[in-house]
Design a protein around this ligand. Sequence first.
Ligand code: IPM
Ligand code: MN
Length: 351
Amino acid sequence: MKLNIALLAGDGIGPEVIDQAVKVCDSISKKFNHEITWQPALTGAVAIDAVGEPYPDTTHEICANADAVLFGAIGHPRFDNDPSAKVRPEQGLLKMRQKLGLFANVRPTFTFPSLIDKSPLKRERIEGTDLIILRELTGGVYFGERGRKDNNDTAYDTMTYERHEIIRLAEKGFKMAMKRSKKLCCVDKANVLESSRLWRETVQAMEKDYPEVEVSYEFVDAVAMRLVQWPSAYDVMITANLFGDILTDEASVISGSMGLMPSSSVGSKVSLYEPIHGSYPQAAGKDIANPLATVLSAAMLFEDMDLTDEAKAIRDVVNKSLAEGIVTEDLADGAKAYKTSEVGDWLAQNI
Ligand code: IPM
Ligand code: MN
């Protein structure tokens, strides 16, 4: 198969982890006879420095015409403490999600048998956890009307949802649940928010189309608690943009390291694959960041292309590296820590 993949390394550790995913994908394409053309493009703070904006039109063109986008991370500390900055790297991410129509963010959380004791949560609580948070990604308070009034003394952000936005996300959730354990949880704040009541009403009306799926409705504050108490009780969860942002960071600690969790963002056209960790600027350029989340994101890419053997080969080699202790310092636990690039080389060689 010929694959044309846009490669957006971005900021911080982005380029380092992306390099390892490229090594792994190239090794996969050699083994399975594919031909990948990588199309590098600028995004994030590096794009601001180069051309003055974080998601330039040239980058959008490359992404929109690609078969998939592989993305590293964006963000730079020099913008974080400067509330007056006019352009920020994060705006690029939001613009990209919106322009590519990536309305559903798929964030799985699972445990690795060899790492179960690395989690800050007790083994008996997390064993068997295998859940997916499906986060709405192009609506809600991230994209609602915002501003200042009353001489700048009042600020507001609006959480707006239209029924069709909820339907298209929930459809993905129901379909995903059908392929898994047929359990779907709608996470909202319907005891307070009108937009959440629309979510609930909309999802309830869809239940009849998926009679086999058992749907539960839970408030986001309670879910925040239960997610670390009994994560294995959940399977597919659907939720609004901001709730999903918060819950997926929380869920990432279950596996033991944020450096392990992959994600995909999908819509009606091209899909994007990225690690859920950020740009981790303290580690940038040191060759110490964990590349596995990005490598596993590449596995999700192959899976979505129906290249399941390729995806499995990646997951298998990742499991092997974990079992054999070929890991970066976040997982080394006193034993030898390998460099980011060494882990990438090892994975590529062992495929
Ligand atoms: C994420 C990130 C982004 C978000 C930021 C960087 C804008 O936290 O992908 O979860 O809030 O969506
Ligand atoms: Mn986030």
